[in-house]
Ligand binder design. Structure first.
Ligand SMILES: *Cc1c(COP(=O)(O)O)cnc(C)c1O
Length: 231
């Protein structure tokens, strides 16, 4: 199947998951995760008016953004190092992977310099896997309190990367837990914090994530095919 056919297939599954959950498909943004894939594959999707793309490396994001139309929205979904922040703050529409005060401070500082307000998500490691980035659920509230007072930064919601599982049902509790955390935080009414975005669900489990309230799903393999990291 072509990239465009894959994309339409994923959209169909999103529609079906929304129906099951009594949600509207417009509530869910499909982010096409194009990491490791060539610009020519991204260009194919432009014929479907796809504008939301995700990358996990700053250099790859900025290089592709430069080669493609300027109306595209680039989501920074990978671990972000502080020394790379200056290259990405005015390029990414949303940084999904903020997991420390130091990183948020750097984003705030560079955003002030460039006179932009950066939209961010806090990455939570719900399953508390040691190999993963993201903060543990118990650290979330104090971190949000501290970030919310920084200038030129706006917390839009939460993100999680669930473990790889054979059966997506095994990740349902993770999506439920992220949703519940976002409800708790919304109730605190912090300045500069909305909890409008829940970025959760990837190729293997986005339908379950949508059933549990995902507003943004990040799908790579399901659209672009398997990635080859050896080349
Ligand atoms: C690669 C990646 C994805 C997409 O993964 P697939 O399983 O290929 O859909 C989603 N989110 C993040 C943070 C990623 O790094």
């Amino acid at each position: 199947m072509s990239v465009c056919e894959n994309y339409k297939e994923v959209e169909k599954h999103i529609d079906a998951a929304c129906k099951r959950a009594g949600r509207k498909p417009e509530e869910v943004t499909l982010i096409a995760v194009s990491k490791t894939k060539p610009v020519s594959m991204i260009e194919q999707l432009l014929s479907l008016n796809v504008i939301e793309f995700g990358e996990n490396k700053v250099q790859e994001l900025t290089a592709k953004a430069e080669l493609l139309p300027s109306n595209l929205h680039w989501h920074m979904i990978g671990h972000l190092q502080r020394n790379k922040v200056k290259y990405v703050v005015d390029k990414a529409c949303l940084i999904h992977s903020v997991d420390s005060l130091r990183l948020a401070e750097e984003i705030s500082k560079e955003s002030q310099k460039k006179q932009v307000t950066s939209q961010i998500l806090i990455e939570v490691n719900i399953a508390e896997e040691e190999s993963k980035f993201g903060i543990s659920p118990s650290e979330l509230l104090p971190l949000i309190e501290k970030i919310s007072i920084l200038p030129n930064i706006s917390i839009q919601g939460l993100m999680t990367i669930a473990p790889y599982v054979e059966n997506p049902e095994d990740n349902r509790w993770i999506f439920q837990k992220l949703k519940n955390l976002s409800i708790d935080i919304k109730g605190k009414n912090f300045d500069n914090v909305t909890m409008d975005v829940l970025s959760m669900g990837m190729t293997g489990d986005y339908e379950v994530a949508i059933e549990e309230g995902a507003t943004h799903v990040r799908v790579g393999t399901g659209i672009f095919g398997e990635r080859n990291y050896t080349i």
